[in-house]
Design a protein around this ligand. Sequence first.
Ligand code: PLP
Length: 470
Amino acid sequence: DKTNPPGANDSQTLRQFDQQHVWHHLTQHKALEQNPALMIRSGNGMMVTDTDGNQYLDATSGGVWTVNLGYGRQQIVDAIAKQLSDLPYFAGALGNEPAAKFAKVLADLLPNLSRIYYASSGSEANEKAYKIVRQLSQSSSRQGKRKIVYRDRDYHGTTIAALSSSGHNERKAQYGPFLDDFVEIPHCCCYRCPFNKTYPSCNIECAQAFESEILKQGPDTVGSVVLESITAGGGVIVPVPEYLPMIADICKQYGVLLHIDEVVTGMGRTGTWFGFEHFNVFPDMITLAKGLAGGYAAISVLATTETIFEAFKTDTNDPLNYFRDISTFGGCTAGPAAALANIDIIQTENLLNNAKIMGDYFIQQLRGLAEKHPCIGDIRGKGLFIGIELVDDRKTKHPVDEARMTRVFLHCLQHGVMIGRSNRSVAGLNNVLLLSPALICDKAKADDIITAIDAALTATFKQTVFKQTV
Ligand code: PLP
């Protein structure tokens, strides 16, 4: 039987297959030769089990903020199975039932974004948004406005245009040259203020830097700004309340489209449906992916205003005046069917509220830990989306090195808790522990996660107990 090679059910042999044939994402394979990757076989709630039968409490939602409702959600599985037996696929130029239904349900959740364009990954959805900006810059109303502004420490994906708009140096190095007309501005992390200022006397210089860049580039050339409402892989950076409204005002003033990347923060992760809702702004476009179907299907979405959509219908004599874009798997039926069940569960189980309450609980408990662990430099987050920045010294803020970050991470894993880490070399930093448990997390599971981090920090750093709040 060619689909069941000898030994395929034995953990050791599976690891051999993995080592011999799988090229893992973001992995230096030399390290895997000594320490083969864990292989996860199954999951239930927030627990996953590997092929050796070891159980782990997953505080990462599948590694990258995706399995937002936990594992073993039969309602989503059933919705997908039914849809696949009714119709597995038809290309998106024609309609299908779950795609239409989900577009309506999602549009009703969004304040002003009523057009839903389907794709299959976060990077791809962002690419669509960039293509829209570029195509609109050929129209008379937005002539020449093709530049896209992005921020240091934000990440928008792995394809060349998405990388061109990302501020993650390690992921970009050696893949250039990048595309013209992508322009970087500083990030908005108060803990490591790019202007060495202190909030609020800084007058939110990071937002003002956006206006300065528009003026430098020439307002007639700037089409959009793309930013994460709360930066994820860059180290969970929550902007101060004034920041996004200031960005939105500057966008209005200079006719720049506001594109908010909600690939991580969308669908309840931060305690609201979308991250931008914390800041009372109305984007022109958002992109969604990871939590959209909770990891049960590959689906992403670009949602735009009706104004943007209408701009592609103005000149029917022009054979090029429509969005000439396609995605083979965009909107294929299992995705929207799963996404509908995902929304239903979030509503029925009141998970937005749970994310908010449990997020506050985490922050409060972590502040307690900081009293005991001087290596905790900063704690940031909203809802179940939390970063813990580790430093050698709170005064110098010198980041903890790679070796000790790895020790903390592995100590948690060896004690049965999976936590995440910020991306390496993000602006030279890779010292943020990431927590993004499923939105179903309760106090008992939160306590288990906190206890594991406490023990890992104690084991990794020689602690002297002292009192200082973070
Ligand atoms: N945008 C953000 C904020 C992300 O964190 C990611 C992935 O981590 C992406 C976009 C890219 O999504 P994908 O990996 O599905 O292409």
